[in-house]
Design a protein around this ligand. Structure first.
Ligand SMILES: Cc1cc2nc3c(=O)[nH]c(=O)nc-3n(C[C@H](O)[C@H](O)[C@H](O)COP(=O)(O)OP(=O)(O)OC[C@H]3O[C@@H](n4cnc5c(N)ncnc54)[C@H](O)[C@@H]3O)c2cc1C
Length: 496
């Protein structure tokens, strides 16, 4: 399931994979927007930088995002102001605005062909009934107080009645083409980018990380992996969700311009042009990872078809998000190790947070003062603003641990599993993740997530095994797709 951004994908020149031992000043794990943004200033300062990427450049959430860049948050400025007050809410907007400018500057500097353009963002309600539940006046006040240029308006080019707020001077781009362009520029700066190189272990104390074929020793290790790998304190308070996207071509009617957030309760719409073809996409159907509830793609197709004159659906894809307990991301040096850095808790706003994180982490390593370091630091503790979320997440993990360990069905025969299906079952006392391919072949894995021993769930939309506790995801061969797990699901019978 490839995202729309892969149309016209440029790829990045392959470097021979790592074998044996190597060293670097900075090893960056992950070639998404965070890792690549961090790599540039470090390489420019003369550091030897090595980026290790499990898949290919941008193949994580960056390449599955919506490509919207905005200074506020998709969840709204008013909730942020309510939680943190005027000063912090305005700081967030300033910091994020600087990050959007940074993207624009890099696009210009390296002539990255990624369709970057300034566009307004709209926060819209579609009828009076829905309006009752959304206080747009409060949101308007919060946006203006944070320094944004906002007005009440009707939406442009939408074929249904809607009105709401228009925030001027935000931006859109193709996020995959952007990071591919940035990676190519980094190769020119001497950065080594190793693709298809999953990191299996980080030994922060020794400043070393291992892949299947080799190891790298580095003075600084940056976990630009969307969520830190292995067991980390921050995971205990971060809900993990999946969200879905569908794109279509229209038979008639306008393709709407700008970033469009429709509060019904929440769908994000935007258009995209590739060559002579135009596309409209919708993003929504968010749910906790591992709690897959039906055909989310079909619901999005129905959403578009009910509102637009759809000629054909073209792409569908999904992506993951981690929401921090106090609403701000965790960026920078981790607890316990001065040479280990992370960037997480971006919710649905991480193209901008990731850019800011890359700038901030590079500044920390280069020992340059940065005004935002204290505000977004990964070592901050904010019990007053995050305790409730920690409690909720711990309850979720406990619920899944108890329910999934006690409640897994017993299976005497694999015949009940139809082609294309996956099921978790207890067989001879072992919790198994069993999948039958469309061709009828059985793939049997341990259902125990190697991260923290929760039981994975079958995700029928993606044909993956998803862990409901901290969001690790695995393909049907057990290989890690994303999340904190370092290691694949064990083959049945293998010791974990
Ligand atoms: C549906 C959806 C739409 C979104 N749309 C927007 C949007 O419009 N605007 C916005 O600002 N934000 C958006 N976001 C959020 C944003 O896309 C992400 O927060 C952001 O892309 C994260 O970037 P990253 O570089 O930190 O992570 P990623 O892009 O996920 O990069 C991390 C990389 O690390 C690699 N990796 C992981 N583990 C290992 C390992 N062990 N070894 C080596 N490599 C590893 C992965 O393969 C991956 O490439 C959206 C999120 C979702 C879910």
């Amino acid at each position: 399931m490839e995202s729309i951004w892969t149309l016209g994908s440029r790829g990045v020149a392959e470097h021979p994979s790592l074998s044996g031992e190597a060293d670097a000043d900075v090893a960056i794990v992950g070639a998404g927007i965070t890792g690549l943004t961090a790599a540039l200033p470090l390489a420019e300062a003369g550091f030897k930088v090595m980026v290790l990427e499990a898949g290919t450049v941008g193949s994580g959430v960056t390449g599955g995002s919506t490509g919207n860049l905005y200074a506020t948050l998709a969840s709204g400025q008013a909730p942020l102001r309510h939680k943190w007050g005027d000063e912090v809410a305005a700081e967030v907007v300033r910091a994020r605005g600087e990050a959007v400018d940074h993207v624009e500057a890099l696009v210009k500097r390296f002539s990255i062909d990624c369709q970057f353009q300034r566009q307004p963002a709209y926060r819209l309600v579609a009828d009076e009934r829905q309006h009752a539940g959304h206080d747009l006046n409060e949101e308007l006040d919060a946006l203006v107080s944070a320094g944004l240029e906002v007005e009440m308006t009707n939406a442009p080019g939408l074929p249904f009645d809607s009105w709401g707020l228009r925030i001027a001077n935000q931006a859109q781009f193709n996020p995959l083409h952007y990071v591919q362009g940035l990676a190519s520029a980094l190769l020119g700066e001497g950065v080594v980018i190793l693709q298809h190189s999953p990191v299996r272990e980080i030994e922060a104390g020794k400043g070393r990380l291992r892949t299947d074929e080799g190891s790298v020793t580095a003075k600084h290790i940056v976990q630009a992996t969307h969520t830190p790998k292995g067991i980390s304190l921050v995971q205990a308070g971060m809900p993990v969700s999946r969200e879905y996207a569908v794109s279509a071509r229209l038979s008639s009617g306008e393709y709407p311009e700008g970033i469009l957030w429709v509060l019904d309760p929440f769908h994000s719409l935007r258009s995209y042009r590739h060559g002579d073809d135009q596309y409209l996409m919708v993003i929504g159907e968010k749910h906790p990872t591992g709690e897959h509830r039906g055909d989310h793609y079909q619901l999005l197709r129905e959403y578009l078809a009910a509102r637009f004159d759809v000629e054909a659906f073209t792409h569908h894809w999904s992506a993951q998000q981690y929401t921090s307990p106090d609403g701000l991301p965790y960026i920078g040096r981790m607890h316990g190790h001065d040479n280990l850095y992370m960037a997480t808790g971006f919710a649905a706003d991480g193209l901008v947070w990731g850019t800011l994180a890359g700038m901030l982490i590079a500044d920390q390593i280069l020992e340059r003062a940065n005004p935002w370091q204290a505000r977004f630091g990964a070592r901050r503790i904010t019990p007053g603003k995050s305790a409730l979320q920690y409690a909720k997440e711990n309850a979720t993990v406990t619920k899944h641990m108890v329910k999934d360990y006690l409640g897994t069905e017993k299976l005497d025969s694999f015949d009940a599993i139809a082609p294309g299906q996956g099921r978790v079952a207890t067989v001879e006392g072992e919790k198994l993740a069993i999948h039958r391919t469309e061709a009828g072949k059985l793939k049997v894995l341990s259902a125990v997530c190697p991260h923290m021993k929760c039981i994975v769930h079958w995700n029928a939309s993606e044909s993956t095994w998803d862990c409901p506790c901290h969001g690790s995801r695995f393909d049907t061969d057990g290989e890690v797709i994303e999340g904190p797990a370092y290691h694949p699901l064990a083959r049945s019978g293998e010791k974990l």
